[in-house]
Design a protein around this ligand. Sequence first.
Ligand SMILES: [Zn+2]
Length: 250
Amino acid sequence: MTQLSLAYIFQHQKLLVDENLQLPQVEKLASDLPIHHDDQVIARDLLDDEPIPEGYQLVPIRELIQSWDTSDFLQASRAVQLLEWRRNHKFCSHCGHMTEVHSREYAMVCPACGYHQYPRVQPCIITVITKGADEILLAKSAHNKSNMYGLIAGFVEVGETLEEAVQRETLEEVGLKLKNIRYMSSQPWPFPSNLMIAFHAEYESGDIELQVEEISDAQFFKFNELPEIPFKGSIAHSMITQIIGQKKAS
Ligand SMILES: [Zn+2]
């Protein structure tokens, strides 16, 4: 009897699912990438010229975050990131030779010089900033045409602590100094392979001064007068609702 595996099949950042957003079952191929080494779930690329199977559709993973529960979304996020990593490491970045897939680990190994390339995540901080008992800083991205106001976020630089990154990004983007920076939670965010690390900080000093290339507007909003905020399922949404809930309860 043929054994079928549950499959995450992607074309770029879109996942193949049926009309009920369920994954297909497929016969395993040698080129499939196991999502965990101890289970049968696999990930696979659907090439641009391959047909979409009858009854299936390609759905952007950004949309699945709103329909699936978190653990299902994280599994899909892991699958797409592993495929992307394998696709981008076909050659050794040290000597340029073609690499081979390691049999047990997630590593692309160079047979010529022995260099191992592992999947990487990009640490990215995101900060909810409050002022007093009932105000929150929200900022509108200069790259986003919508009216949505989000949180201050950015990549951690080489040689920097997470707290320093929070302080630096806030100073750069809105010109404010912070105090009491505290860790909240984290979430993998596969666009393309970020780890979002969430902090709460309090306003310390300074006047809002925008970095116009990045931010088109930023203001302290009263909790009961919020503008449009990021969608449910995003870490920004849960951070904003959690902080407001805590402050109202205290
Ligand atoms: Zn090499």
